[in-house]
Design a protein around this ligand. Structure first.
Ligand code: LYS
Length: 251
């Protein structure tokens, strides 16, 4: 926790320096540089050289609408917002929950989907927050899952992993009692491990947004406008249906 807080403080400081590319600069160049994690199915996943997922398709559609080509960058989840501060790309779409701490360091778009953090365990394992008492829980580092599991009273140990898939593997291998992660990821995981894993209850809800460098209001306005259009003209609903069988926009 201490480390996460320090990192965010450092980010807030950095936010006041270096210049982000303005909307005019991006438009003139014809290409927008977007960063994601590439290790978070079904939202963003790098398979070989192919980047897929709901957020990847959505961002590609938004860029197309804005008349821009896309250059993708993938890097570990916990360094994505730092890279944004260093002007390594124009925005991040990587399932970041909109939290007050993060909002001190970056500016968030209107939410591009709504979700929650859910508990998954092996059959017979903990299913509710109360069940987590005395248990060991696996989560990805730098996430809202970590922050929220820490708030559950009586949890014995929280083990952090660089990637969400590593945290899931720890659950499957029996090294922890439960995994806390995205509810849609959890559903896919339980389906893939049919009969071995069970979905427990939701620990918290969150709105997910795209992040731009603090103060990059021009780019934020364009992204919000493109998202609103996609949500009103049926593009978003169609894409969401393909990935989730339901419309995941915030309501
Ligand atoms: N939604 C969670 C968060 O905001 C996790 C997102 C990405 C996990 N690979 O921290």
């Amino acid at each position: 926790m201490k480390k996460a807080l320090l990192t965010l403080t450092a980010l807030a400081l950095l936010a006041t320096t270096a210049q982000a590319r303005s909307w005019e600069d991006i438009k003139k160049s014809g290409t927008i540089k977007i960063a994601t994690e590439g290790a978070f199915p079904p939202f963003n996943l790098l398979k070989g050289k192919e980047l897929t997922g709901f957020e990847v398709d959505l961002a590609n559609q938004l860029a197309k609408q804005l008349g821009l080509k896309v250059q993708w960058v993938t890097q570990p989840f916990d360094s994505l917002l730092i890279g944004l501060q260093q002007d390594r790309y124009d925005f991040v779409i990587a399932s970041h929950g909109i939290t007050p701490e993060r909002a001190k360091a970056v500016d968030f778009s209107n939410p591009h989907y709504c979700t929650g953090g859910a508990i998954v365990s092996r059959v017979g394992g903990p299913k509710t927050a109360a069940d987590l008492k005395g248990k060991t829980v696996a989560v990805q580092v730098g996430t809202t899952y970590l922050d929220n599991v820490r708030k559950v009273p009586g949890v014995k140990d929280v083990k952090t992993f660089p990637k969400d898939t590593d945290a899931q593997a720890a659950l499957m291998a029996g090294r922890v009692d439960a995994w806390v992660g995205d509810k849609f990821t959890g559903l896919d995981l339980v389906k893939a491990q049919k009969g071995k894993l069970v979905a427990g209850s939701l620990l918290f809800n969150e709105s997910i947004g795209m992040a731009v460098k603090k103060g990059n209001a021009g780019l934020l306005k364009e992204l919000n406008a493109a998202l609103a259009k996609s949500q009103s003209d049926g593009t978003y609903a169609k894409l969401s249906g393909q990935y989730f069988g339901t419309d995941v926009r915030c309501r």
